[in-house]
Design a protein around this ligand. Structure first.
Ligand code: AMP
Length: 374
């Protein structure tokens, strides 16, 4: 296969793992660091290019590892005709207003909502959506940030004051007011779509968040739920004429799925595919954006993933536990920061649970709460 150059907008761990998956395929990754505006190598972090325009000219394909990309940059990339997925898809991931409209247009179930930009619309939202209510900034929110829970009407004034600040601080900001969904658990579906319309999806993952941040993901085998999720995936991906890996997060309400949000990119809840599937999400993303046939997404053995948050070392005893694979991101340590993850595989679900217990016995409770609850 001829060498392909892929430019990734964003230079974090997702670009890094695309680079690791691309090398054996003869696909080279350069990353555009949106903050410093430098072109860097996603593994070494060395500067390897001069200016976005040069990097665009050299790339066969441009893709993104996150959705909060300045629109001016998206425009330049879109104009080159090389951006996959499209600006429209990336914007849907970065603006909850566009996302909610997309879910409605694709006819997929999602929480009842309305948009707030001023105080009277907040009052109207309380009447329409009801209490309890979840309020989320349309722009800039991630990992549970930029959110409020309105549980009682006494909170209205104090929440409004905070929301008003958010509205004033960010141009074009709005708040999405959403009904509170009494879900039993959260699951996500990762899949890939190619320009010719071919779609593959991985098995659903069950996700446990702690303080709004993903801690533990486990691939599950539940055919009925899988079918529901796949139908919704196809509806959304086809609506966007999507190319690349797309992640969809769902609320599971007694066996009925509601879409919570989408991410137009490879996703943390799909990292387990590095050990649990023949072709991981990073390779399938590269295959899709380079217009190559998509790879096998089946679960090859029971697999889970646990995030390493805010730590830069782990006990050496981890190497004694069979089928534990660490993936470090090479980032500087910061409290709560996603520093790496561990994929855990087993021959059976029972064995997977035993291995997770062993892992919990050597890792600190405070840093791996979901693992200890498991
Ligand atoms: P999000 O950033 O939209 O993924 O929200 C962060 C977390 O807040 C989710 O993972 C859920 O646990 C919770 N959450 C978000 N929206 C709702 C909702 N409408 N009802 C109940 N919980 C929610």
């Amino acid at each position: 296969m001829v060498n392909q150059q892929v430019l990734v907008l964003g230079a974090g761990q997702l670009a890094r793992m695309m680079s690791l998956a691309g090398a054996p395929l003869n696909i080279d990754i350069a990353a555009f660091d949106v903050d410093s505006e430098k072109i860097i190598h996603p593994l070494t972090q060395h500067v390897i290019g001069h200016g976005l325009n040069n990097a665009i000219a050299q790339a066969n394909v441009i893709t993104a590892e996150f959705e909060h990309i300045p629109h001016s940059i998206l425009e330049v990339c879109e104009r080159s005709g090389k951006l996959q997925p499209s600006t429209q898809a990336i914007k849907a991931g970065g603006d909850r207003r566009i996302e909610k409209q997309l879910l409605d247009d694709a006819n997929v179930a999602n929480a009842k909502y309305t948009i707030i930009t001023n105080r009277s619309e907040f009052d109207a939202a309380i009447a329409y959506v009801g209490v309890p209510m979840v309020l989320k900034t349309a722009l800039g929110g991630y990992d549970g940030k930029g959110q409020w829970r309105l549980k009682q009407l006494e909170q209205v004034e104090s929440i409004w004051q905070e929301m008003e600040q958010s509205l004033l601080n960010t141009p074009h900001q709005a708040i999405v007011a959403e009904e509170f969904v009494p879900f039993g658990r959260e699951v996500s579906l990762i899949g890939a779509r190619r320009a010719n319309g071919d779609i593959v999806v991985y098995p659903l993952a069950e996700n446990i968040h702690v303080d709004g941040v993903l801690s533990l993901s486990t691939a599950i085998n539940e055919p009925e739920l899988q079918e529901q999720a796949k139908k919704m995936f196809i509806a959304i991906a086809d609506k966007l004429n999507y190319v690349g890996v797309l992640a969809i997060e769902f609320f599971d309400v007694e066996g009925l799925l509601l879409v919570n949000e989408i991410a137009p990119r490879v996703h943390n809840s799909g990292h387990w595919t590095q050990q649990g599937a023949e072709v991981c999400q990073f390779e399938n993303h590269l295959r899709a954006v380079c217009n190559l046939p998509l790879g096998d997404t089946r679960l090859i053995r029971p697999t889970a993933m646990v995030n390493i948050l805010g730590l830069d070392t782990l006990p050496e005893a981890i190497f004694d536990i069979p089928n534990c694979h660490t993936h470090w991101y090479g980032k500087e340590k910061r409290s709560g920061r996603k520093m790496g993850h561990i994929n855990i595989c087993a021959d059976s679900s029972e064995q997977l649970n035993d291995t997770l217990k062993k892992l919990a016995s050597i890792l600190p409770v405070a840093d791996f709460p979901a693992l200890h609850k498991h």
